[in-house]
Design a protein around this ligand. Structure first.
Ligand SMILES: *Cc1c(COP(=O)(O)O)cnc(C)c1O
Length: 374
């Protein structure tokens, strides 16, 4: 059996270092908002290239609290429109509605599955205040173009970088393009904690200060509450785990790239569409970190069953788009044909830094032996 992602083995690579780091936390007697959080924040902001990193409880909070902070700073208000891809994980959209702002869903680019700049342009109204691009599957959205649009129309940009730690365009990484960027350290993400975790990166001092307060009951100074904040802190234990894993993130990404390359070179089946197969020189493709390796097939469910029979575990990211979820009942009859097609056809192959070339070749071979019976 080739599992989709074997977290136990992944973390076993760091077993000794993780145990040493956990011991350090236990013995320090200090478990929340201490030196290990500060250290990780400084390491991760250095890694992304942004000036500040604010550790938070999870990726959803990173997005939600960043929007909330902009509201507190008077940069956004209730009812403002935020442009977001229709084919994202629901968290990107929840962060907007939780803040009483209005998500404006737009279709992605057919090749990259990331938000299409042309569709952003046509979705802009006089209520538009922000764009929330998602670096889906580990590939940056077209940030040079998106930033250009944002500057022309004076819009804020919040990157959803939950799947894109280290992804880049010409060396400039996720987290250092927009006005701010939300990251998740959910265990299965490319940089995963041993529990929940998240962070916002930004080069804006004012935003960083506001987020520092909001995550801690709205307080800059103990027992002085300036804002109606929340409790959303990245704890010392998770910060310590993340510092250990950040050291080898680029190596792990390199391993993912090797596996992706095996798939790209060896999967050859008319029933399967590979990622970006027609446009592999795109700048965003070079800096892809392969959080997921997503193929498409008109016969997705049969393909998934075939791979399962061949001992290969696959998953679907994601089966139902946000506008078709019960959570957003009022939008259920809206139509985003490309998004809906993508959700119907996508299948994620196993991709992990621990896979061997032989494993990847076996997956490719199983893909190639798939045929549609009439
Ligand atoms: C995982 C993820 C999130 C949410 O992160 P959590 O840490 O699970 O809250 C947000 N957006 C995208 C695109 C994600 O993949």
């Amino acid at each position: 059996m080739i599992p989709f992602l074997d977290l136990k083995s992944l973390n076993a690579q760091y077993r000794e270092e993780l145990i040493a780091a956990a011991t350090q936390v236990i013995d320090s007697g200090w478990y929340i908002q201490g030196r290990l959080l500060e250290r990780f924040e400084s390491e991760f902001s250095d890694y992304t290239g942004a000036r500040h990193c604010i550790g938070l409880a999870n990726g959803l909070d990173a997005l939600t609290l960043t929007i909330r902070a902009w509201k507190e700073l008077g940069k956004l208000q209730d009812g403002d429109e935020v442009i977001v891809p229709a084919n994202t994980y629901i968290a990107s959209v929840l962060a907007i509605t939780e803040n009483n702002l209005k998500p404006v869903l737009v279709e992605p680019n057919e090749k990259t599955y990331n938000i299409c700049p042309l569709n952003i342009r046509s979705a802009i109204t006089n209520r538009t205040r922000a764009i929330l691009p998602v670096h889906l599957y580990g590939q940056l959205a077209d940030m040079p173009e998106i930033m250009k649009i944002a500057r022309e129309h004076n819009l804020l940009v919040l990157e959803d970088s939950a799947q894109a730690h280290g992804a880049s365009i010409e060396g400039r990484k996720a987290g250092n393009w927009g006005d701010a960027s939300g990251f998740s350290f959910y265990p299965g993400k490319n940089l995963g904690a041993l529990g929940d975790g998240g962070a916002t990166t930004t080069s804006c001092e004012e935003l960083s200060t506001m987020l520092n307060a909001l995550r801690n009951y709205g307080s800059h100074e103990k027992y002085l509450n300036v804002h109606q904040g929340v409790n959303s802190r990245l704890d010392e234990m998770q910060a310590a785990m993340l510092s250990v894993k950040l050291r080898t993130l680029d190596e792990q990404t390199q391993n993912r790239r090797v596996i992706a390359d095996v798939y790209l070179k060896n999967i050859n089946n008319d029933n399967i569409l590979l990622p970006l197969s027609q446009d592999q020189n795109a700048l965003t493709f070079m800096g892809h970190v392969w959080h997921l390796f997503v193929i498409r097939s008109k016969h997705r469910d049969a393909l998934q069953a075939h791979l399962q029979e061949s001992g290969i575990q696959t998953l679907i990211h994601y089966p139902i788009p946000p506008h078709k979820q019960l959570a957003y009942k009022a939008w259920n009859d809206q139509s985003f044909p490309l998004t809906e097609t993508i959700h119907r056809e996508v299948l994620s192959l196993p991709i992990s830094p621990l896979m061997s070339i032989e494993d990847a070749l076996a997956v490719a071979q199983a893909c190639n032996s798939f045929s549609v019976r009439g």
